[in-house]
Write a protein that binds this ligand. Structure first.
Ligand SMILES: [Zn+2]
Length: 462
């Protein structure tokens, strides 16, 4: 692409967004403006917003009236953030079992889109997402990226799952990717041959930043190092979607000789968080959601509970998304008014490596199952070149799901890897009783925690 001044890029992209009714840059300016507000003014704004969304959920989402009523809660005006704790937690299992009903009765008057996530715990979640909520999330992404030294228009290489199937990437997503100067490379599998190919493509794109899954970027760097290739000149790498384990951060920094910034969030519930240059936790957008932590241990870590202040098409009120976090007590010394998540746990999966040198890792696989109406899934390596996809669902498994999985995996994995898809009535859990969507029964070389099922549990707990 010809050289265009970053400001011109920004103007073009801004126009593109506004044509689509999404004023991302306007929202970004608003976020910056809010940084100068006093903490009292900010708290008052959040409380008012919280009052409004709870009242909305009570008036327009029959599910909440019933669910809260079942827990003995009647709506009364929220007067403090503590009042929120009167409302019951909505676990992911309960949400999934009632997903179609957790929807506003005046949906036609709310600009929204249907959305789904593959579920890092192996359970797809379907919901609606307000366009305004999407716009705010994008604006916060701009803030997060600005922490890395990124200037709008800088070329970025993305190594991630995306929509998995190229032809499924929407026209709008293609344009956005071009305008953001993002080179999209599939991070579904990684191998020495792919690493070499990506190295040359990123060089041609002159990528100054990389964005992708920690496990995949780590493997990419490792393969490059073994091939004697050095990708220098990167300003920063942003990792997302799964735990940035210490060995991944150290490895990525070592292989690419640049700082790593972690980004974590989830669209169901709706929160986003980014590290600043102090790398002392993840700043989250408290103007987007109220975050609480339930069942904390002695170090303050517990289950994350999200109340989204914007999404009305599917309100998320005290939604438990499965992440284990610790919220920071104090503001970061970088002076940003976005508070900190000081630690995150969960979202780990083994890297499955086959004897032909191909590796496959977690986040891309979670996207594969997102559109399916199933109760859960698990991908298990069962031999040097064998993997099993286990689908837990009620009734007969839809043949198009089997075809879809074979198609996608066939595109990315060589035919030396034998993929067996089967329906199961139970999914196995780790010895600690956790859901683990991707793991190996075979001796692999990148294992992230002691895995292997210890006990089984009926996956249809909802
Ligand atoms: Zn900071």
């Amino acid at each position: 692409m010809a050289k265009i001044h970053p400001k011109s890029f920004q103007a073009i992209v801004s126009l593109f967004y506004r044509i689509n009714g999404l004023d991302v840059f306007g929202m970004y300016r608003w976020l910056l403006e809010m940084q100068s507000w006093s903490s009292q003014k900010r708290s008052e704004w959040r409380l008012k917003r919280l009052e409004e969304i709870i009242e909305f959920a009570w008036n327009h989402v029959p599910f909440y009236r019933e669910y809260w009523g079942d827990h003995g809660v009647q709506y009364t005006k929220i007067r403090s953030l503590e009042d929120l704790q009167r409302y019951p937690v909505l676990t992911k299992d309960v949400f999934r079992a009632n997903a179609s009903q957790v929807s506003a009765d005046n949906l036609h008057s709310i600009k929204h889109r249907k959305w789904h996530t593959g579920g890092t715990t192996g359970q797809p979640v379907h919901y609606n997402r307000d366009l305004e909520q999407w716009t705010l999330a994008e604006a916060f992404h701009l803030w997060g990226w600005s922490q890395t030294g990124y200037v709008f228009g800088d070329p970025v290489g993305v190594i991630a799952g995306g929509s998995l199937v190229p032809e499924r990437m929407s026209f709008e997503a293609r344009i956005r990717s071009k305008l953001h100067r993002r080179l999209f490379l599939y991070g579904v599998v990684m191998s020495p041959a792919l690493a070499r190919d990506y190295y040359h493509r990123l060089r041609k794109h002159n990528a100054k930043f990389l964005y992708g899954y920690p496990s995949v970027l780590y493997l990419f760097g490792k393969h490059l190092s073994e091939l004697g290739l050095v990708y220098d000149g990167l300003k920063a790498i942003v990792t997302t979607a799964e735990m940035l384990l210490p060995q991944y951060r150290d490895g990525i920094e070592h292989y690419f000789n640049c700082p790593v910034f972690n980004n974590l969030g989830c669209n169901d519930g709706g929160y986003e968080s980014y590290e600043c240059s102090l790398h002392d936790g993840l700043h989250y957008n408290d103007l987007q959601s109220v975050l609480e932590v339930d069942n904390t241990d002695c170090e303050g870590q517990g289950r994350l509970i999200i109340t989204n202040l914007w999404n009305r098409s599917t309100p998320f009120i005290r939604y438990e998304n499965g992440d284990l976090v610790t919220l920071g007590d104090e503001l970061c010394s970088c002076d940003s008014s976005f508070p900190l998540i000081s630690s995150v746990e969960g979202r780990t999966a083994d890297i499955l490596t086959f004897s032909n040198g191909q590796s496959i890792s977690g986040p891309a696989l979670t996207l594969l199952f997102g559109s399916m109406e199933i109760d859960g899934w698990q991908v298990v390596q069962t031999g040097p070149n064998k993997m099993e996809v286990r689908i837990c669902c009620r009734g007969v498994m839809q043949p198009q799901y089997v075809e879809h999985i074979h198609n996608i995996l066939g595109k990315h994995l060589s035919n030396e890897v034998d993929v067996n898809i089967k329906k199961v009535i139970e999914l196995e859990k780790t010895s600690g009783g956790k859901r683990k969507p991707i793991w190996s029964e075979y001796d692999i070389y990148e294992k992230n925690e002691v895995s292997g099922p210890g006990k089984t549990d009926n996956c249809t707990s909802n």
